[in-house]
Design a protein around this ligand. Structure first.
Ligand SMILES: O=C(O)c1ccccc1NCC(=O)[C@H](O)[C@H](O)COP(=O)(O)O
Length: 215
């Protein structure tokens, strides 16, 4: 039997929602550390959330083009993963991975065939790849926008590269995504919120139930 899909609930800000995601059966949770995000959490709150997650669910801190001091400060909190969600190059991903000493997930924006062609270079240096929608021009952040992308572009991806899928996933479309794309896992933020940054326990439960039913 195939391994169960990895489910990541991203943009958790509170212990209550962390507990709700764990109870509903999430495998990973994401904590944003990026000031322009409606899901931003401070270093102090990151410390509390990471320690509450330890041993119960994999924790992942999402950073956007971090400098070395930010990487060191976050890595010292002991998350399982750091997700790089900015314009980091393969060389920079490799350097951060060496510096942080935690697993690195590299998020890549997909909007064209050229974007798909870039994935292989990152797969060599990151522990995991997350494919997300390319933000529209002028967007104030590179992720968490609730927009999906044309999944058929992924037909051109080397099938030996495992990846997680994100971008506009929600309870109603996640089964189609799993069927069409066959990802290693799925990641959701806006699709389990009642307003930007406000997670909804029921939507988290429904999302996870629908993933499990489809896989
Ligand atoms: O969530 C944010 O606000 C965010 C801001 C800047 C960089 C990344 C961000 N989110 C990272 C994620 O992993 C999201 O889950 C992913 O982009 C999918 O988001 P959504 O389309 O809202 O489900």
């Amino acid at each position: 039997m195939a391994d169960p899909l990895i489910i990541k609930i991203c943009g958790i800000k509170t212990i209550d929602m962390l507990d709700a995601a764990i109870e509903a059966g999430a495998d990973m949770v994401g904590f944003m550390h990026f000031m322009r995000s409606p899901r931003h959490v401070s270093i102090e709150d990151l410390a509390l959330l990471i320690s509450a997650a330890r041993g119960k669910v994999q924790s992942c801190v999402v950073l956007v083009n971090p400098d070395n001091s930010c990487v060191a400060e976050v890595a010292a909190l002991g998350p399982d993963w750091i997700q790089l969600h900015g314009p980091e190059t393969p060389h920079r991903v490799e350097a951060i991975r060496a510096e942080a000493g935690v697993e690195i997930m590299k998020a890549l924006p997909i909007g064209t065939a050229e974007d798909v062609a870039q994935v292989a270079a990152f797969a060599k240096v990151a522990d995991r790849i997350l494919l997300d929608a390319k933000p529209p021009k002028g967007a104030d952040r590179p992720g968490g926008l609730g927009e999906s992308f044309d999944w058929s572009l992924l037909k051109a991806l080397d099938p030996s590269i495992p990846f997680m899928l994100s971008g506009g996933l929600k309870p109603d479309n996640v089964a189609d995504a799993i069927r069409d794309v066959a990802p290693l896992g799925v990641d959701v933020s806006s699709g389990v919120e009642r307003a930007p940054g406000e997670k909804d326990k029921r939507l988290i439960e429904t999302f996870i139930r629908n993933v499990r039913a489809a896989s």
